[in-house]
Design a protein around this ligand. Structure first.
Ligand code: BGC
Length: 434
């Protein structure tokens, strides 16, 4: 899970606005103009959720910290009530025999920092350092597993290039510095956390999709390579010491303008683990009309593919291909699937949710993860996205990704059949071939 998607309690106990509170308050930015203000009210219902998780035998649980809860102005005065919440949450998880994994930044920058440019401003590296110092020393005695950023390609691409996610900025002048500062924050964050406590296990997460050319033509193949550079290589390569993929995308060489000499030594970092997040595959076609990239995704629905509520193709082999690809990078020690899952419309009949499509999706994807593992890929874990239906960013509350159904009005939780299946799988009682 992620704080902004589940916690709610947006303005309770001293928390101030994040860029998502601000973005969603503008008309037309989020489907149905939905707001994350209440979300699943996890802030108040965390005991119920963790209890349910424990009953299902789920032993590892990932969520993120809301920067705006801990430092409402982004920097400066720490909000002790905000930190107290994470203390209570972690203690409750441990009490239930559940290991917490925390993401430091899952897209919800404090609005006060965006007013100074957010990820475009190089000062973000100092702000992020201050935030980590506010959080990690306090929780490190109980939280061993940390992730620095969640999917930097998505929050820089959708938030600072396309403007379809918060903070709604556009164009290369925002995107390129945001990319460079986000890439630098991974190594900086890793070294900072290790200096606080060298025994902590520190990684960061990356979005990726297996990409294939739509047609076997030179144009489509070259377009596919450009899309691969953006979707899959943009962050993992610089932090693995390979630099930005400028050969495929010349525009990326303009990042140099935002760099100082020492940056090139500071980008590479041997993370304890790389979090791999896969949902689908993409087929790519040459497009004269797309500026710079000259490539576009061929929508799955136009290909008569089996698709989810997000319009994403169900293609389990994608997770296997991406694990193989990421395993080949020089500084990769261990991979963990930190997100994988699917949104489908759920029918409730007599309190039972027969979500066959989600259940099948999980079975096949876990099967592909195990295939990679049996072939020697160092993949050491798997997290379903996600525990419960929640605020799906610009898509509002429409897509339902949860193992647990959440009623939009009453917020009542009902475990879906996929949740029961996952529980028996963890118990060793479910067969992936059944
Ligand atoms: C994000 C999640 C999101 C999920 C499904 C990932 O890009 O990390 O926050 O809900 O995909 O769209």
């Amino acid at each position: 899970m992620a704080a902004a998607q589940v916690e709610g309690a947006a303005f309770i106990d001293g928390r101030q606005s994040s860029i998502w509170d601000d973005f969603s308050s503008k008309k037309g930015k989020i489907k149905n103009n939905s707001l994350p203000t209440i979300a699943c009210d996890f802030y108040h219902k965390y005991k119920e959720d963790l209890g349910l998780m424990a009953n299902l035998g789920i032993k590892n649980f990932r969520t993120s910290i809301s920067w705006s809860r801990v430092l409402p102005d982004g920097v400066g005065v720490i909000n002790s009530k905000g930190l107290d919440f994470y203390d209570r949450l972690i203690d409750e998880a441990l009490l239930n025999g559940i290991t917490p994994w925390l993401t430091l930044y899952h897209w919800d920058l404090p609005l006060a920092l965006q007013k100074q440019g957010g990820w475009v401003n190089r000062d973000v590296l100092h702000w992020f350092e201050e935030y980590i110092n506010a959080v990690v020393p306090r929780l490190q005695d109980r939280v061993k597993h940390w992730m620095i950023l969640n999917e930097p390609t998505v929050f820089t691409g959708a938030g600072y290039f396309l403007g379809v996610h918060a903070p709604g900025e556009k164009g290369f002048k925002n995107f390129l510095p945001a990319v460079h500062h986000a890439a630098l924050s991974i190594g900086q964050g890793y070294r900072q956390i290790k200096a606080i406590n060298p025994s902590l296990v520190v990684g960061s997460t990356f979005s990726c999709s297996h990409v294939t050319p739509f047609r076997n033509t030179g144009n489509d193949i070259a377009a596919c390579n450009r899309a691969d550079a953006i979707l899959n290589r943009l962050f993992i390569e610089p932090i693995n010491g390979l630099g930005y993929p400028v050969q495929e995308l010349k525009q990326l060489s303009r990042i140099e303008k935002y760099a100082i000499a020492s940056d090139w030594d500071n980008l590479p970092v041997a993370l304890d683990f790389h979090g791999v997040q896969v949902y689908t595959r993409e087929q790519i076609k040459y497009s004269w009309f797309t500026p710079y990239l000259q490539a576009r995704i061929v929508e799955a629905k136009s290909r008569v593919a089996h698709i989810t509520q997000m319009g994403w193709e169900v293609h389990p082999a994608s997770i296997y291909e991406m694990l193989k690809k990421f395993a080949s990078y020089p500084l990769v020690k261990q991979l963990i699937i930190t997100e994988n899952g699917a949104a489908f419309d759920d029918d409730i009949a007599d309190e039972v949710i027969h979500d066959v499509h989600r259940l099948t999706y999980l079975k096949y994807h876990i099967g592909e993860v195990l295939r990679a593992k049996h072939e020697g890929v160092p993949v050491a874990g798997y997290f379903v996205w996600t525990w419960m239906d929640n605020f799906e960013w610009a898509e509002g509350y429409h897509p339902r990704f949860g193992l647990v159904h959440v009623d939009n009005i009453s917020l009542r939780r009902i475990v879906k059949n996929s949740g029961y299946w996952y529980s028996s799988f963890l118990d060793g009682n479910a067969n992936l071939q059944e």
